[in-house]
Design a protein around this ligand. Structure first.
Ligand code: SAM
Ligand code: DTB
Ligand code: SF4
Length: 377
């Protein structure tokens, strides 16, 4: 029995197995191996599956590796807002678009204000606090500041995440020594579409930082933006870039573009129309299948989504989201609304550090087939 879901035989390189996606009993009992060796063609084929087959497979894989109905909650805070020297075409914070976006730049946020925000995040059930700065890279004088923030926020019992732009190996090492748990650095899209998105840095600059983060021992958080005018092939290529890495990112934020007036990409999308939300959901599902043990995060773009659209995104295997009324500069779904949605969907917040579901090996005495079942604990 060859197939993407099998632990006993290698995955095919050119065709996806037919029929398996339609059998819920097989999905419930067959072992599902964490595989991130899909070919580009297989990733593209997953994107082409009928949506309900794709969701069914993604949800089955999710349940093999994570506790069903549990979601990890992160809170974001901008610790240095605006006037960024990079020219990312989607971003409100780029200094290149400030005459049109009118975003008010701010100085570095004082350490006690960051700690106060982290305490509030913890009190409302976040397990991770993510601090973002609109920098090309941190300067030498920024390093003691961010090191102090990591230590203080960890001291509150929260996981720490930072996104500060490019890092050299020394800087990654300093953040690792301070105890940083995750570093966020998105590839955003495919290598070929990247030059339509940003001109002040290259795709390889991005990959170099991700390598430096990985080598430092910090967990990697790296995702994309869906809906910038890229093609489905670009979404396939973005995901395939993650699969080519020695290890898939532990955390993968799948952002839905928030079109911001005054940014080149935001203006284009506002004029020409937004991508179907179903394509974002499809991207989440394929990401879940290809990166079965990664946390897949609903990131930017949730504010504009209905309950049903978000429920489908969780069905597609997302198991993390940003919580709190604000992202970095844009609004987020309100906490009160998120609490109501979690209740209605029967989802619970994961308070402890990330853990995969316990897997119990099972041997079928009749057929000799070996498999694993996930135990909820
Ligand atoms: N300056 C750092 C960097 O670029 O890595 C960190 C901050 S940057 C705002 C973090 C990520 O937010 C970007 O890589 C992008 O994926 C996402 N993002 C920014 N603006 C967005 C928008 N308008 N819609 C969706 N995602 C966005
Ligand atoms: C990520 O992938 N998305 C977050 C986080 N990492 C830093 C940022 C979303 C930003 C949305 C636009 C804004 O609020 O400025
Ligand atoms: Fe700067 Fe990050 Fe915005 Fe790009 S995405 S302009 S690097 S803050």
């Amino acid at each position: 029995m060859a197939g993407l879901l099998s632990i006993t035989e290698p995955t095919p390189t050119s065709t996806l197995p037919k029929g398996k996606y339609f059998n819920p009993e097989a999905l419930a009992t067959e072992a599902i191996e964490p595989v991130n060796n899909y070919s580009r063609e297989q990733v593209a084929q997953l994107f082409e599956l009928p949506l309900l087959d794709l969701l069914s497979q993604a949800q089955a894989i999710h349940r093999q590796h994570f506790i069903a109905n549990e979601v990890q909650i992160s809170t974001l805070l901008s610790i240095k807002t605006g006037n960024c020297p990079e020219d990312c075409g989607y971003c409100s914070q780029s200094g290149h678009h400030r005459d049109k976006t009118k975003l008010q730049a701010e100085k570095r946020l004082e350490i006690d204000k960051v700690i106060a925000a982290a305490k509030r995040a913890k009190a409302t059930g976040s397990s991770r606090f993510c601090m973002g700065a609109a920098w090309k890279h941190p300067s030498a004088k920024d390093m003691p500041y961010v090191v102090e923030l990591i230590k203080e926020v960890k001291g509150l019992g929260l996981e720490t995440c930072m996104t500060l732009g490019m890092l050299n190996p020394e800087q990654a090492g300093q953040l690792a020594d301070a105890g940083l748990d995750y570093y966020n650095h998105n590839l955003d899209t495919s290598r070929s579409y990247y030059e339509q998105v940003v001109s002040t840095r290259s795709y390889d600059d991005r990959l170099d930082t991700l390598n430096n983060v990985r080598d430092s021992g910090i967990n990697v958080c790296s995702g994309n933006i869906v809906g910038m005018g890229e093609s489905r092939d670009d979404r396939v290529d973005w995901l395939y870039e993650l699969l080519k890495m020695p290890k898939a990112p532990e955390s993968i934020p799948v952002n839905l573009l928030v079109p911001i007036a005054g940014t080149p990409i935001g203006d284009k999308v506002l004029a020409e129309g937004e991508l179907s939300v179903l394509e974002w959901i499809r991207t989440i599902a394929v990401t879940r299948i290809c990166c079965p043990t990664s946390y897949v995060r609903l990131s930017a773009g949730r504010e504009s989504l209905s309950d049903a659209e978000q429920a489908l995104a969780f069905m597609a295997g997302a198991n993390s989201f940003f919580y709190g009324d604000k992202l970095l500069t844009t609004g987020n779904a309100s906490q009160a609304n998120d609490d109501r949605l979690l209740r209605e969907l029967g989802l619970t917040k994961q308070f402890a550090a990330p853990k995969a579901a316990k897997l119990l090996p099972v041997l079928d005495a009749m057929s000799g087939h070996k498999s694993q079942v996930a135990l909820s604990n």
